[in-house]
Ligand binder design. Structure first.
Ligand SMILES: NC(=O)c1ccc[n+]([C@@H]2O[C@H](COP(=O)([O-])OP(=O)(O)OC[C@H]3O[C@@H](n4cnc5c(N)ncnc54)[C@H](OP(=O)(O)O)[C@@H]3O)[C@@H](O)[C@H]2O)c1
Length: 339
């Protein structure tokens, strides 16, 4: 049994961490932190958690007694707490962007902040860094868009069969967190599709960084807000400078099946099947499909994830399971919801 604490537990990803971890057989939740809701039971903020006995406290990062702390806090906030948590002897899984970049100047450029406490972290995408995650004290949990985009395109970069990738992602509104804002106001989001940050979203360099671990692909990324609560559907269009006329759907499918055959949370669909947002809702699974190539050489691969689960809290728990040598899918092996 390990002791864990969650900072930012009143937010959407914090709520999802509680939902999964309360049923995890090897975890005791010793603290759930919120500054705004001190003294309230967690179900007053997360009504789906009625039945939980956990009460919000304003935990001081300098004195948390836990084997592992999840920082489900905004970027710029995590960097203020993580050094103290590590110094205290806790391992840390940070859900923000603060520790995702290998080069701190890339972080500072895209997040518009000076980094107060750069540290070496392992990028917590188990499908690439499983062995490093097992030994890590600090995990930078990947961004939601990067998770869907990297899983959809990494095999192409690894096989060095593309030079250019265009990522087009549609996200549900829970991606923006629990605080209300004009973009998420019902009349603005409902019955609508809103592209935003069409060439300069900060998840672009994160996708680029990870795909460049395999080859020098150039990435473009455009996100869209769609009127659903959860999920990210990513359509990737990949191109090569030299078209391989022998490449076809069957060969593409084989590349993906080989890459993900031992992965507990990546499901490669059959030819002709298209991933659906609704099939992964509430689950840690990524569905990948498409595997089409047209006469111009454009390869289309599509992924679907739940931004709050595989794109955040479920993946964080997968990382925890690896760090503490629990069964890899312990506590997060449930299917999504249908309908
Ligand atoms: N939503 C997603 O789909 C998603 C996916 C992947 C990664 N992420 C990342 O995960 C992190 C959390 O996201 P979220 O959607 O759960 O955000 P959220 O719903 O806005 O919740 C964040 C929580 O952090 C706490 N907080 C804010 N400022 C703080 C501070 N200075 N000190 C301590 N606590 C503070 C707040 O709780 P109190 O005010 O009650 O203390 C708030 O409830 C973010 O970095 C986000 O980018 C989110």
């Amino acid at each position: 049994m390990i002791k864990i604490a969650i900072i930012g537990a009143s937010g959407y990803t914090g709520g999802e961490l509680i939902r999964f971890l309360e049923n995890h057989p090897h975890v005791e939740i010793v603290g759930v932190s919120s500054r705004q809701h001190v003294g309230k039971p967690v179900y007053k903020v997360h009504p789906n958690l009625r039945g939980s006995n956990l009460i919000f406290e304003d935990l001081n990062p300098n004195s948390i007694d836990a084997d592992l702390v999840f920082t489900a806090t905004p970027h710029g906030t995590s960097m203020k707490m993580v050094p103290a948590l590590l110094k205290n002897g806790s391992k840390v899984i940070d859900l923000s962007g603060d520790y995702r970049f290998k080069d701190v100047s890339t972080y500072e450029k895209w997040y518009g902040l000076d980094h107060e406490s750069p540290l070496n972290a392992v990028y917590g995408l188990p499908e690439i860094y499983r062995e490093d995650i097992k030994k890590a004290d600090l995990i930078a949990n990947p961004g939601c868009f990067p998770t869907g985009a990297i899983l959809a395109t990494m095999p192409l970069s690894k096989e060095k069969i593309v030079d250019r990738i265009i990522i087009d992602s549609k996200t549900g509104v829970s991606g923006g967190g629990i605080s209300p804002s004009e973009s998420f106001h019902f009349p603005n989001i409902s019955d609508n599709i809103n592209p935003y940050k069409i060439i300069n979203h900060r998840h672009m360099p994160e996708i680029q960084q990870e795909l460049n671990e395999f080859s020098k692909v150039k990435v473009s990324f455009t996100p869209h807000l769609v009127p659903v609560i959860r999920g990210i559907l990513t359509t990737s269009h990949s191109f090569s400078n030299e078209i391989d006329t022998n490449l076809n759907s069957g060969k593409l499918l084989k590349i993906y099946e080989k890459q993900y055959k031992d992965e507990p949370f990546v499901k490669v669909l059959e030819l002709g099947e298209i991933p659906r947002l609704s099939s992964v809702r509430g689950s840690n699974f990524a569905h990948i499909g498409g595997f089409e190539i047209d006469e111009t050489g454009r390869i289309v691969i599509i992924s679907a994830i739940d931004n709050l689960v595989k794109g955040a809290s479920g993946q964080a728990i997968h990382n925890m399971n690896l760090m503490f040598k629990f069964k890899e899918d312990e506590g997060i092996d449930n299917y999504g919801l249908h309908p």
